[in-house]
Design a protein around this ligand. Structure first.
Ligand SMILES: Nc1ncnc2c1ncn2[C@@H]1O[C@H](COP(=O)(O)OP(=O)(O)OP(=O)(O)O)[C@@H](O)[C@H]1O
Ligand SMILES: [Mg+2]
Length: 242
C-alpha cells in the first residue's frame, strides 16, 4: 500500500504540494490527474524518494520513504518500477539491453539468467521480436512497451506510470491501457498512473483523484468520478474530455 499523508513541498517560490493525502490500496490502479504543473510528477518523485517532503509522510507498506538511507532506497526501488514518459530509453543500447538495466543494477544474476528474464518480460509486452533493435528505429508505442518491460523486469510489486500514453494514437494507447490493466490483473501489481487521458483513466483505473492547488480536490471510483458533477471531474472526465 502507498500512503501519502499531508504532504507539503515547496519548489522555488511555489508551494507545489500543500497537504496532499492519497492512498493506493494493494492490487489496484490509482489514476492521478490534474492540470499541467500541478505536481503530479513531483508526487511520484516523492514515492521513489528522489524528493523529500518539507512536511508530511510518504509510506510504502508502512515504511517511511522520506527518511530512508541509500541502501533502503535501493531496496525500495527494486520493488517499484517506474515508467517514464516516452519510455526514456537509452538510444545507444538495444531494447534488450535497456530492459536489462535494472537487473544489472539490482540483482546478482548470471548473464544467461538476465537474458532469460529480459526475453520473458519482452514477450509479456509483445516486443520479443524487437529485442535487438535500437530505440531510434522503433515506434513510439514500441518505446513505451519497452519502457514498461524495463519497469517490470525486476518483478516489482508497484509500478508508477508517468503519462504512459502521451503522444500515442488512440489505437496504440488502447493497447497500452490493456497492458496496464493486465499487469494489475495477472501480475497483481499495484499501480499509480499519472495521465491527462480520460480513456486511460477509465480503461485501466480503479480509483481516480484530481490534484489541484497542492491537494486532491476530488477522488472516487471510476464510476463515481465519471458521473461526478465536480467541475474538475467534468473537465477531465466529462463528455468533452479525451
Ligand atoms: N526540481 C524542481 N525545482 C523547481 N521547480 C520544480 C522542480 N520540479 C518541478 N518543479 C515545478 O513544480 C511544478 C509541478 O511540476 P510537475 O512536474 O510535478 O507537474 P505535473 O503536474 O507533472 O505537470 P505535467 O502535467 O505538465 O507533467 C511545476 O511548476 C514545475 O516547474
Ligand atoms: Mg508531469
Amino acid at each position: 500500500m502507498i500512503e501519502l499523508r499531508d504532504l507539503h513541498k515547496r519548489l522555488g517560490s511555489r508551494q507545489i504540494l500543500d497537504g496532499m493525502t492519497l492512498s493506493v490500496g494493494k492490487g489496484m490502479n490509482f489514476v492521478l490527474m490534474g492540470p499541467s504543473g500541478s505536481g503530479k510528477s513531483v508526487t511520484l518523485r516523492h514515492i521513489i524518494g528522489i524528493l523529500k517532503p518539507d512536511r508530511g509522510s510518504v509510506q510504502v507498506d508502512g515504511q517511511e520513504v522520506s527518511t530512508m538511507d541509500r541502501s533502503q532506497l535501493m531496496a525500495l526501488r527494486k520493488r517499484m518500477g517506474y515508467l517514464f514518459q516516452n519510455g526514456a530509453l537509452i538510444n545507444w543500447l538495444t531494447v534488450a539491453d535497456n530492459v536489462a538495466l535494472p537487473l544489472r543494477e539490482h540483482a546478482r544474476l548470471k548473464n544467461s539468467e538476465v537474458d532469460d528474464r529480459v526475453m520473458q518480460v519482452l514477450r509479456l509486452v509483445k516486443l520479443d521480436h524487437a529485442a535487438a533493435q535500437y530505440p531510434p528505429s522503433i515506434s513510439g508505442g514500441m518505446k513505451l512497451r519497452a519502457g514498461l518491460a524495463r519497469a517490470l523486469v525486476t518483478n516489482p510489486e508497484y509500478v508508477l506510470y508517468d503519462e504512459p500514453n502521451a503522444g500515442l494514437d488512440p489505437i496504440i494507447s488502447h493497447q497500452i491501457h490493456e497492458l496496464i490493466a493486465q499487469v494489475r490483473d495477472d501480475l497483481g501489481v499495484t499501480g499509480l498512473i499519472v495521465t491527462h487521458s480520460r480513456a486511460c483513466a477509465t480503461q485501466c483505473g480503479d480509483r481516480i483523484g484530481i490534484l489541484e492547488n497542492g491537494k486532491l480536490a476530488v477522488q472516487g471510483t471510476v464510476d463515481e468520478m465519471v458521473h461526478s458533477d465536480h467541475p474538475l471531474a467534468r473537465a477531465f472526465l466529462g463528455g468533452g474530455a479525451d
